[in-house]
Ligand binder design. Structure first.
Ligand code: ADP
Ligand code: MG
Length: 434
């Protein structure tokens, strides 16, 4: 048997004579990677990529090497770039799933892994099958374990920074009635109705809704703007009924209407149009008289609650309206911690960073981290040596990101001072200390 080191030595010797031989370089890199020498493999892939920057196998090899080294964000950037170029394969998708899983985004990870299985049902990745709850046996026509349009989010309340009061409100109003139905009945407390989340964009309404489903391992159906617009255009009350129906048949479930103002707008032009039927259908479904909504948690979110028809706020409908404000300093620290999870970082001073990001939404904080990561990657591509993110990197990135929540409060303030007959916007006044 030849000593593998000798083999590698011979290959390197060969390379000396034909340094531009890309397949040879790739062979050396692959060999190193298979032997678990990820760092050395990464260097070979980089050198080969310098000669053939668009070579897909080399890019994938480099991503795998980074993944083995635990340099997840570097690997993610490469994989996401590959996918963005429209390239896909079971290997690419599986690696993406693994990276997403390590970053804590289990639901997207599951999605990608399902796609990989769909392309190649014989993939042997039993650890992914177990951890992502994706059933391999069902691969084939009916490979998705969830009904169409439904997912099981892999995040729970612990992935939502701050918002302790809001979480408690959600527990009391919709989670406990589901998990302790008999107790609620004993007190004669009626069950039903939904929660409307409102507030400036990027502060976690959608994130929280998904986490609510994950918290109780419920199926999650998200009805976004596109679905809603489809319903408007198709004037299809039937589609709306089917959504509720799917949620009822697969309880416990969370039915989430994102940007619900599009569906429930009070604008006269919509109410007069044939869309009126759609609104009425929505109200009927919410009331749950004809078909019970027990076991279905109904959540909705909007950035513009003032556009919402008041009929939606009656008891038994969206009778709890919760402001999701921008995160305070402690929440910002918690969110940064969540976002940085799984990335190469130094011991970060989160409290300091929280002070540097006053007024930032969760989405703004994500941008801060993204910017800092990009800079790090840029440097790493030059030197070939990835360095961990530091407090200073993030603080520098933060100084270039503007808070995106102030504008929303300017509008909100007008409604809260001039159109607050029912006290709906007291929370805004309280938040603004007015
Ligand atoms: N409280 C939070 N904890 C953790 N991440 C958050 C939080 N708020 C926002 N984010 C992050 O910011 C992103 C944007 O938030 P999103 O839920 O889409 O905001 P909204 O629906 O209010 O516009 C989310 O995908 C999430 O990654
Ligand atoms: Mg949203």
């Amino acid at each position: 048997m030849t000593n593998p080191n000798d083999a590698l030595f011979a290959l390197r010797e060969a390379l000396k004579f034909s340094p531009d031989n890309i397949p040879l370089r790739q062979h050396i890199a692959d060999t190193l990677l298979n032997r678990g020498e990820a760092a050395a493999a990464a260097i070979e892939y980089q050198q080969a990529l310098a000669l053939a920057p668009q070579n897909l196998d080399l890019k994938l090899g480099l991503a795998k090497a980074y993944y083995q080294e635990g340099k997840d964000s570097a690997a993610l950037v490469i994989i996401e770039d590959i996918l963005a170029r429209g390239e896909t394969s079971p290997t690419i998708l599986t690696l993406h799933a693994r990276l997403l899983m390590r970053s804590g985004d289990l639901s997207t990870a599951a999605q990608q892994f399902r796609k990989a299985l769909n392309e190649d049902p014989s993939l042997e990745q039993s650890d992914l099958v177990d951890r992502l709850g994706v059933k391999q046996a069902e691969a084939g026509d009916n490979f998705d374990s969830m009904p169409e349009g439904m997912e099981k989010p892999g995040i729970s309340f612990q992935d939502v920074g701050g918002m302790e009061e809001v979480k408690e409100e959600i527990r009391l109003k919709i989670i406990y009635p589901l998990t302790h139905a008999e107790m609620y009945r004993a007190y004669g407390k009626s069950i039903g109705g939904g929660i409307l989340l409102y507030g400036p964009p990027g502060c976690g309404k959608t994130h929280l809704a998904r986490a609510t489903a994950g918290e109780i391992q419920a199926g999650f159906i998200s009805v976004g703007l596109n679905e809603i617009l489809d319903m408007w255009i198709g004037n299809s009350e039937k589609n709306l009924h089917q959504l509720f129906d799917r949620a009822r048949r697969n309880q416990p479930s969370v039915l989430f209407f994102d940007e619900v103002d599009a569906l429930a707008a009070s604008r006269a032009d919509l109410r007069q149009s044939s869309g009126k039927q759609l609104i009425n259908q929505f109200l009927t479904e919410l009331d749950g008289v004809q078909y019970s909504n027990e076991g279905v948690l109904i959540l909705a979110a909007t950035n513009a609650p003032w556009h919402l028809d008041t009929a939606f706020r009656r008891p038994g409908r969206f009778d709890r309206i919760l402001l999701i404000p921008p995160p305070d300093a402690d929440a910002r620290a918690a969110i940064l911690r969540i976002i940085c999870q799984g990335k190469p970082i130094e011991d970060l001073d989160y409290q300091f960073l929280a002070q540097k990001t006053d007024g930032c939404s969760g989405a703004d904080l994500k941008l801060v981290v993204d910017l800092a990561v990009e800079k790090k990657l840029q440097a790493a591509m030059k030197t070939g040596i990835p360095q961990p993110l530091t407090t200073k990197d993030l603080a520098t990135a933060a100084s270039g990101v503007k808070s995106s929540t102030r504008e929303w409060f300017n509008t909100a303030k007008n409604y809260a001072t001039h159109a607050n007959q029912d006290g709906n916007y007291d929370d805004i006044l309280k938040y603004l200390k007015m």
